[in-house]
Design a protein around this ligand. Structure first.
Ligand SMILES: [Zn+2]
Length: 424
């Protein structure tokens, strides 16, 4: 096939002038570009992106990448690079993940191969896949992706590196670094992938707040009352709140200072707390407007701890139920409502008696409801300051209370604090 034949074929394929295509081909071939490659490059030049038999990647700014894209090329700065291992199709593989930014915005990525990614480097990523993750587009870097290190840096509005305060962490964050006080730490044995494994779990604190953590590959440095820098952690949901996950790829270094941990919880309005999706340590102030069913003297399954009715557990059938005290109070602060759950100890306080007292009262009245009624009398219509863990799901917002006390402060101060929060 002569050059002229090639030019004719191509021109009719692309619907452009044969002479023009021929000139371009001659030009490329004169620079020793092989014929096939020359033809591909002319297909691209004349806008036929079926070159190579599939859709080629589109070069995009970060802000323009959408879940409708299939393959894109993008240039940006790596903000964070986290590493962890996952089970994929029965095999354990190591993935790298984090965020990439350019002048227009930032986007999450997952790399299925080791491209030598590091925070702060500027790269041109060629042919990354785009998938949807929790409603947002995310880049997928696989075997057909190329990563080219660029000399010139890109100006971005985001901080490079994973250093974060605990209060700023959200579910899904990867490659994060925290400097924290280990407030509480215990060893647990779990049924892992390879049989029984020991893990650590507890609570981390810094000046901004407190969060639960799990260390899947126990690090020596993590122990109660130690101040440590943890690098390359990721954040997952645990019981409805963000939890710091430490893995085999994380590093833990003892700090030569002790991290000052906050004693106070974040103070929020009910609405802003619920909108956050879940908070490990939050303080709310509001009025109890009613109690929910399942308050007072209740019966629990001895196997799973769930509430049982008429001696029947949903999972374990007929069981020898155990009596317990619980309060589910609806708290309203004018911006929204949450269900505050008081366990046995806090319920004893508001009830003014223990399980035995409650059983006695129920026997005397021949009605278990008298216990919930007595609790309602002391709490409904009164204002309380509640601190605990808030989780939000399809059924509503629940706050597991760690403390629950009538308010004594000046309502005007609190109004000012709430107004300040609204203005934030
Ligand atoms: Zn059960």
């Amino acid at each position: 096939m002569s050059l002229e034949d090639h030019a004719e074929d191509l021109a009719s394929d692309l619907g452009v002038d044969t002479e023009e295509v021929k000139r371009d081909l001659e030009n490329l071939v004169s620079y020793s570009v092989p014929m096939d490659e020359a033809k591909q490059s002319l297909r691209r030049k004349y806008g036929d992106d079926t070159a190579g038999g599939g859709n080629g990647p589109t070069t995009r700014d970060v802000a323009d990448i959408s879940t409708g894209d299939s393959n894109v090329s993008v240039t940006g700065v790596l903000l964070t690079v986290g590493q962890r291992s996952i089970q994929y199709q029965g095999e354990e593989i190591v993935i790298f993940e984090g965020e990439l930014a350019d002048e227009t915005g930032k986007i999450s990525y997952t790399a299925w191969e080791d491209f030598g990614l590091e925070p702060g480097i500027t790269v041109r990523i060629g042919n990354a896949g785009v998938r949807e993750w929790e409603g947002d587009p995310e880049l997928n870097l696989g075997e057909s992706t190329s990563v080219e290190l660029l000399e010139d840096s890109v100006d971005v509005d985001y901080e490079v590196g994973g250093d974060r305060d605990l209060a700023d962490l959200s579910i899904g964050d990867r490659g994060v670094n925290v400097e924290v006080l280990v407030q509480d730490c215990e060893t647990k044995v779990i049924d892992g992938r390879d049989g029984e494994t020991e893990i650590l779990s507890g609570v981390l604190a810094d000046g901004s707040g407190r969060l639960p953590f799990t260390d899947w590959d126990p690090h020596d440095g993590i122990a109660t009352d130690e101040s440590v820098r943890i690098e390359n952690a990721f954040v997952r949901e645990f019981r409805g709140v963000p939890s710091v996950n430490v893995s085999e790829f994380s590093t833990v270094q003892a700090l030569d200072r002790s991290v000052g941990a906050t004693d106070s919880a974040q103070q929020r309005s009910v609405r802003s707390a619920v909108e956050s999706g879940g908070l490990f340590d939050v303080e709310l102030v509001g009025t109890v407007i009613d109690l929910r069913d399942g308050s007072g003297l209740i019966e629990r399954c001895p196997e799973c701890g769930r509430m049982v009715q008429n001696g029947q557990c949903r999972s374990h059938g007929e069981v020898d139920a155990e009596d317990d005290l619980r309060t589910k109070a609806i708290l309203d602060d004018g911006t929204g409502t949450v269900t505050v759950v008081l366990g046995e100890d806090l319920t004893e306080e508001v009830y003014g008696g223990d399980v035995e007292d409650a059983k006695e009262a129920a026997r005397d009245a021949m009605d278990r409801e008298v216990v919930a009624d007595a609790i309602a009398q002391t709490v409904v219509g009164r204002e309380f300051r509640v601190r605990g863990s808030l989780s939000v799901d399809d059924y509503g917002a629940n706050l597991e209370a760690r403390s629950f006390a009538p308010t004594t402060d000046d309502p005007a101060d609190r109004a000012r604090a709430l107004l300040a929060e609204v203005g934030r």
